[in-house]
Design a protein around this ligand. Structure first.
Ligand SMILES: Nc1ncnc2c1ncn2[C@@H]1O[C@H](COP(=O)(O)OP(=O)(O)OP(=O)(O)O)[C@@H](O)[C@H]1O
Ligand SMILES: [Mg+2]
Length: 373
């Protein structure tokens, strides 16, 4: 059983001595693409220095936009390519760990001190983690009292319990990321589960519960965040690649062509009902799953989720925001993570459009800048 704290995981892989440029790079290795964002701090502001993305499909013999599961050497090759193509020169890197390789849950445990908690967590964790505890690294933090929802407090008014955010990452995942970082000659300051990066990039401070929807290639993730703390996370096994595959089948076109049609037309070309129908097929499924999760949360917590922030390349589908607004009983907005950075004004529209796709990478770089300031 390997318990650790976020700080101990950092020191394992970091080399702070070389932090000369003060530029930092956030690296999001998604299932279909790697996204990188380089920021620098100047006079308290996060300056956008460069950013870039590279599709992983071609490194695995498949199409752009498809989810992959590449071996380390192929991932490394793609990472080196995107770092070069985007002119990234920072070596101070932070990386996201896919949600699917992690387990995040809020658990309720008796109120104990830190030392007792450290002993209790591995035992409690067995109830929540589907693999042997020896195969994972655990981290946790106590959710501060004031952030507990009203409903949770009422439920526990009699016994003294506290909420703890429990995070587990498989050992194999950690070593895979370590090899990638070493191979690319980077210094990793931390690894963060993508949930937290997305939330940092897309939210402003607020206390009302909100949803954060990450519409990726292979999967769609929904996080429910209250007072800045992730209360719940869900994964839906459909993503934007399913839209491409549906278009390819319905229109009888190759996957590459379907991907192109999806990106260029999205839901906007009313002269192509087949294209819209096959796109909506996947979206309908995802929207109904999201509605179900949200309704259940609202009923359980006696709270209302009024806003859903969308991240992920899938959310940049033309007409997605309008479609999702019609299906979900909440205000839907597309994340604008570059809005938290300073960039040349002429890039404004481009950055706003690309924002959802780069949310995780921006969120990582922002955290590192905060740590350095
Ligand atoms: N303009 C666009 N319109 C529609 N879909 C798009 C657009 N741009 C990218 N996508 C789709 O977004 C997906 C990639 O999004 P993203 O990079 O967020 O996924 P990922 O991080 O690789 O996946 P995951 O988070 O599931 O691991 C691809 O399936 C791609 O086809
Ligand atoms: Mg992703």
């Amino acid at each position: 059983m390997a318990a650790f704290s976020l700080s101990s995981i950092s020191s394992l892989f970091s080399n702070f001595a070389s932090d000369k440029t003060a530029s930092v790079v956030g690296i999001d290795i998604g299932s279909s693409a790697i996204k990188v964002v380089q920021l620098r701090r100047e006079k308290g502001k996060a300056i956008l220095e460069t950013y870039g993305a590279i599709a992983l499909g071609p490194y695995g013999g498949t199409e752009v936009g498809r989810a992959t599961n590449l071996p380390v050497d192929k991932t490394l090759e793609a990472l080196k390519d995107v770092l070069r193509e985007a002119n990234v020169n920072a070596t101070d890197a932070s990386l996201s760990i896919p949600y699917s390789a992690s387990l995040v849950s809020v658990i309720r445990v008796p109120e104990v001190n830190d030392k007792q908690l450290a002993q209790m967590i591995p035992i409690e964790a067995r109830k929540y983690i589907p693999v042997p505890i020896g195969e994972v690294m655990l981290d946790w933090f106590v959710v501060p009292d004031e952030s507990q929802s009203h409903a949770a407090n009422v439920a526990d008014a009699s016994g003294k319990k506290m909420s703890v955010l429990l995070v587990a990452i498989h050992n194999d995942t950690i070593s895979k990321y370590r090899s990638i970082v070493e191979g690319a000659a980077l210094n990793a300051s931390f690894f963060e589960i993508e949930v937290f990066s997305s939330v940092r990039a897309s939210l402003d401070h607020g206390i009302a519960p909100v949803g954060v929807l990450d519409f990726g290639a292979g999967t769609t993730k929904l996080y429910i965040v209250e007072r800045g703390i992730v209360r719940e996370s869900h994964i839906i096994n459909r993503g934007s690649q399913d839209i491409t595959l549906a278009i390819s089948q319905a229109l009888g076109v190759p996957v590459n062509k379907a991907e192109e049609l999806k990106r260029i037309k999205g839901l906007t070309d009313k002269t192509q009902p087949e294209l819209i129908k096959s796109t909506e097929l996947t979206l309908q499924f995802i929207m109904s799953e999201i509605s179900r999760v949200i309704l259940a949360y609202e009923a359980r917590m006696n709270a209302s989720i009024e806003v859903i922030h969308c991240v992920g390349g899938g959310a940049t589908l033309k007409g997605f925001k309008e479609y999702a607004s019609g299906k979900l009983d909440a205000q839907v907005s597309l994340a604008d993570p570059f809005g938290k950075t300073e960039a040349p004004a002429f890039l404004g529209d481009v950055l706003q459009e690309a924002g959802p796709e780069f949310s995780v990478a921006v969120g990582l770089a922002l955290r590192r800048l905060q740590e350095l300031s």
